[in-house]
Design a protein around this ligand. Structure first.
Ligand code: ASP
Length: 349
C-alpha cells in the first residue's frame, strides 16, 4: 500500500489545546494548524513523512471527560474506514489527551482484535503551538510508525518510544517521557529520526490471527457497570459491599496487595463470594506497578480463589478494566467471560 495515506483522527487533548478563560481548552481547526506546524520541519523530514488525511472530531474533548462511549465511537470510526472498499488507509494515528490515553488505547485493542494495520495513539504534554512543545515530535513519530506495514496492533507512541497500547500507562504528569510499559518491552523506538521496530515483540508474530473486530455496544452498559476498588489497610466489608453488591455493578477490578493478597477477614471474603455468586465478573491485579500477581502464594491470597476472583496477572489497571467492560458488554455466558478474561486476547497478559 505504498500510496495509501494514514488517517489521523483528532479527538482533543493538550496536543490541540489553546488558552481559554479558565485554562487550556480543546482547540478547533486542527488540520490546518498541524500542517502549518509541520512546515517547520527540515525539508528532508517533511519529504519523508507519509501522506495523511485528517478526521477532526467536531467536539474535541479534554480526555478526562472520556467515557466508554468515546472508546466505542473511535473504534467504530476506525473499523468503518478500515473496511471501506473504495478508500484504503495504510494505518491510523489517534491524537488524544494523555490523561486517559492508556484507557482508550487498551479499549481499542480489545475492539479491533486482529487488525492488520497500525493504530498509533499519541498526545503531548504541551500544546502544539507552545514554546518547546513535544507535540509535533510525537505526531511526526506516530506517523512514521503508523506507516510501517509490520506494525499490526494498537500501539502508543510517546517521546520516541513505541509501546503496546494495552500495556501502557501514563507515568508522569509533566515529563515529555510521560508513558511507560511496566510489564512489556518496547515495540520500537525512533532511532536517528527513523521508526525502528524490535523484531519478535509485535502481535503480528505473536498472536494476531485474522481480523475479528468486536464492536459491542458499551453505551448499553449505562455508565459504571464495572468498578475499580483499590484496597487500603482497614477496608471494611460494609464499604466493599456498597460497591460490589450494587445492582448496577456487573464487574469489578480489585487492586490488591503485592503478589495477590487481601485481608483475611471472613466478612470481606463473604462479600466477594456473594458478588461472584450473583454472576459478577471480579478480577484482581496488584497495586505494585511492576510484576504479576500469583494468587495463592500466600495464605492471605487463598480467599480470592475461594471467592471466584480471577487473576489479572500483570495486566495494567487500564487493560483489566477495559477488558472487563468489553467482556461484559457482549452476550457471553459467565463461563465464556471468565475463560476469555484469563486468556490473552491481544497480548495484554
Ligand atoms: N487533560 C489533558 C487531556 O487528557 C491532558 C493532556 O492531554 O496531556 O486531555
Amino acid at each position: 500500500m505504498p500510496n495509501s495515506p494514514i488517517l489521523v483522527i483528532y479527538t482533543g487533548g493538550t496536543l490541540g489545546m489553546l488558552p481559554g478563560d479558565t485554562g487550556l481548552i480543546p482547540g478547533h481547526n486542527f488540520q490546518s494548524r498541524l500542517r502549518t506546524a509541520l512546515k517547520t520541519l527540515s525539508p528532508a523530514r517533511q519529504a519523508s513523512l507519509p501522506e495523511f488525511e485528517v478526521l477532526e472530531y467536531p467536539d474535541p474533548i479534554d480526555s478526562s471527560a472520556a467515557t466508554p462511549a468515546d472508546w466505542q465511537r473511535l473504534a467504530r470510526d476506525i473499523a468503518e474506514r478500515y473496511e471501506d472498499a473504495h478508500k484504503r488507509y495504510a494505518g491510523f494515528v489517534v491524537l488524544h489527551g494523555t490523561d486517559t490515553l492508556a484507557w482508550t488505547a487498551s479499549s481499542l485493542a480489545f475492539q479491533l482484535q486482529g487488525i492488520d494495520r497500525a493504530v498509533v495513539v499519541t498526545g503531548s504534554q504541551l500544546p502544539l503551538e507552545a514554546d518547546g512543545s513535544d507535540a509535533l515530535g510525537n505526531v511526526e513519530a506516530a506517523l512514521r510508525f503508523a506507516a510501517l506495514p509490520e506494525l499490526q496492533e494498537v500501539a502508543v507512541c510517546f517521546a520516541g518510544k513505541l509501546m503496546r497500547g494495552v500495556r501502557t500507562r501514563k507515568w508522569n504528569t509533566q515529563a515529555f517521557n510521560g508513558f511507560a510499559s511496566p510489564n512489556y518491552p518496547l515495540l520500537g523506538e525512533l532511532v536517528d529520526g527513523s521508526a525502528v521496530l524490535y523484531p519478535i515483540r509485535g502481535l503480528d508474530v505473536q498472536q494476531r490471527g485474522l481480523p475479528r473486530f468486536e464492536l459491542p455496544d458499551y453505551k448499553a452498559l449505562n455508565g459504571s457497570a464495572v468498578v475499580r476498588i483499590t484496597l487500603w489497610p482497614g477496608i471494611s466489608a460494609r464499604l466493599l459491599a456498597a460497591w460490589l453488591l450494587d445492582d448496577s455493578v456487573q464487574g469489578a477490578l480489585l487492586e490488591v496487595w503485592g503478589s495477590g493478597n487481601i485481608p483475611e477477614d471472613p466478612e470481606i471474603l463473604d462479600v466477594l463470594a456473594q458478588a461472584t455468586g450473583e454472576g459478577k465478573l471480579l478480577a484482581a491485579i496488584s497495586q505494585c506497578p511492576q510484576g504479576s500477581i500469583s494468587i495463592g502464594t500466600y495464605a492471605a491470597g487463598r480467599g480470592l480463589i475461594d471467592a471466584g476472583v480471577l487473576s489479572g496477572d500483570a495486566m495494567t489497571p487500564e487493560a483489566a478494566m477495559t477488558k472487563l467492560v468489553h467482556l461484559i458488554a457482549q452476550p457471553l455466558s459467565d463461563r465464556e467471560r471468565r475463560q476469555r478474561f484469563v486468556t490473552a486476547l491481544v497480548g495484554e497478559r
